[in-house]
Design a protein around this ligand. Sequence first.
Ligand SMILES: *[C@@H]1O[C@H](CO)[C@@H](O)[C@H](O)[C@H]1NC(C)=O
Ligand SMILES: *[C@@H]1O[C@H](CO)[C@@H](O)[C@H](O)[C@H]1NC(C)=O
Ligand SMILES: *[C@@H]1O[C@H](CO)[C@@H](O)[C@H](O)[C@H]1NC(C)=O
Ligand SMILES: *[C@@H]1O[C@H](CO)[C@@H](O)[C@H](O)[C@H]1NC(C)=O
Ligand SMILES: *[C@@H]1O[C@H](CO)[C@@H](O)[C@H](O)[C@H]1NC(C)=O
Ligand SMILES: *[C@@H]1O[C@H](CO)[C@@H](O)[C@H](O)[C@H]1NC(C)=O
Length: 548
Amino acid sequence: MNQLVFFFFFFLFGKLCLCDPRATEAALICTNTTASITARKSFVANFLAVLDSFTPLIVRQRYAVVVKGSGDTRVYGFGECMKDLEQGDCNICFAQCKAQIMRCLPFQIGTRGGRLFYDGCYLRYDDYNFFDESLSETDRTVCATKDVGLSNETGFRANVMQLVRNLTVEAPKNDGFFVGSMGKGNNVSVYGLAQCWELVNASACEDCLVNAVSRISSCLPKEEGRVLNAGCYLRYSTNKFYYNSTAPPVGGNRGRRKLAIILATTFSTMALALIFATAIFFVNKKLVKKRQESKQLGALSPLLNKSKLNLSYESLEKATNYFSDTNKLGQGGSGSVYKGTLPNGKVVAIKRLFFNTRQWVDQFFNEVNLTSGINHKNLVKLLGCSITGPESLLVYEFVSNQSLHDYLFVRKDVEPLRWEERYKIVLGTAAGLAYLHEESKLRIIHRDIKPSNILLDEDLTPKIADFGLVRLFPEDKTHISTAIAGTLGYMAPEYAVRGMLTQKADVYSFGVLVIEITCGKRNKCFSPDMVCILHMIYIFELEGMESI
Ligand SMILES: *[C@@H]1O[C@H](CO)[C@@H](O)[C@H](O)[C@H]1NC(C)=O
Ligand SMILES: *[C@@H]1O[C@H](CO)[C@@H](O)[C@H](O)[C@H]1NC(C)=O
Ligand SMILES: *[C@@H]1O[C@H](CO)[C@@H](O)[C@H](O)[C@H]1NC(C)=O
Ligand SMILES: *[C@@H]1O[C@H](CO)[C@@H](O)[C@H](O)[C@H]1NC(C)=O
Ligand SMILES: *[C@@H]1O[C@H](CO)[C@@H](O)[C@H](O)[C@H]1NC(C)=O
Ligand SMILES: *[C@@H]1O[C@H](CO)[C@@H](O)[C@H](O)[C@H]1NC(C)=O
């Protein structure tokens, strides 16, 4: 319990302490294949096995080298954190990276490999041994859009170039990693970081960085630049982005850290009560029902081959105008969503899933049959599916007002939500979750509660989207599910880092959601507005929980 309290504040005041996993994406680079579909299926299995074995290695040694499978379908995987990151940040960055590499899935037609560069960590998989590769054709240079904004930028250019050259000399001598800064005392300081991946030797590291230096110069005079090579990462910025492990960042941080500690102590009692209430509430009934329900599930075997739920791929393809971009509503972790009009005129939302391997199809259909029985006003209704075409498709009711995420953070054409409306959304979401967790016959853990998964209909009744799918994954493969479900900032810490999953993970995400709804701010950019946080705890504890 103490640990939970710690984590709660770790999250709330994450910005204030030294924890920044730098889980911002620098680039995602996917590569193509011409391999046959049959080969791809076992490639996929190996790919998932690779992802699965990463986490313990990262936790132990901060990098991971994994090879799975044999012959044509062998998959090579590599991951590493930047050497200045603390272990906890490293774990979080990597968890997020692992989830997002799914966007370069080998399931998608043609994809053969992928590289995901975060500013705090790196992940790559491919179909050949790339471990000591230093340069490749798909290496990338990423520059900021903003100029540094000086009338005479000669000095800035010189500083940047001297800095990156220095990093290039020092990094190969220092275990493949170096940070530094230039121009202290001037108005514009510049900071840099160079790192070569663990299996790249010193001479290859130097080659890689020398190449990076020549390319990063094209970013000048932008305020930030990165080169993302197969063997190394080089970045300069006018912001100090790295940690200097011998001395914690100076300046405002320490004072704010102190504040965070004070706040944490003051409110830990409240948090304790809050978490207690939450945990007890959700665990309580569950324990009673649990055994009996798992038996029921076993009895519901898939004898539903000719179900009316199964729609033809062709008709759904037509309904969405062949998945045209103009029909696209959005992109989620497990697939893209399109607006479609069925032959009978009904408007629906059609989700095109990334996953379509044989082993999942049966389970998938079974799942659809089960979850289609779920009917609750705060859950998006599943109308049908298609499992015969090249991709699995899911058909949902169309919810008119888009997502809570758009409503709160994106759209400028709508009035800010009134308090009663926010309250209604919080209660409705809670009711939907309680139904998933407790009242439905299936115990469903959503795993990805966040504003973009809460849809709003005309009168702003919230509807939870995307539930049920995660149950598709085999029981023992919790890491896979971890990789797919979950978004940094909403993931319960014990789930994000160790893959431990209970309903509490949803409750945690729900808590974050409530704060966001109340504050109208994304959790990414929380500033500790205490009135707001107090308000949230108040609603959450006194009213929200009682009326669920
Ligand atoms: C990869 O596939 C896409 C779409 O099929 C194509 O446009 C692109 O040129 C391909 N890239 C390579 C390197 O083959
Ligand atoms: C370093 O790695 C490169 C590329 O893999 C290789 O050609 C070279 O022989 C290696 N150098 C040493 C000293 O091991
Ligand atoms: C910019 O500053 C450098 C010295 O820092 C000077 O040599 C150069 O002439 C200046 N350029 C302009 C356009 O003022
Ligand atoms: C590079 O950085 C190191 C360590 O900060 C410093 O000792 C050295 O003088 C620098 N070299 C150059 C060429 O700036
Ligand atoms: C890191 O901190 C130490 C001690 O304060 C300092 O000597 C060193 O110059 C710093 N290094 C960088 C790259 O900022
Ligand atoms: C720093 O900025 C101030 C005004 O903003 C200017 O007067 C001064 O010359 C600048 N110093 C340097 C070293 O560029």
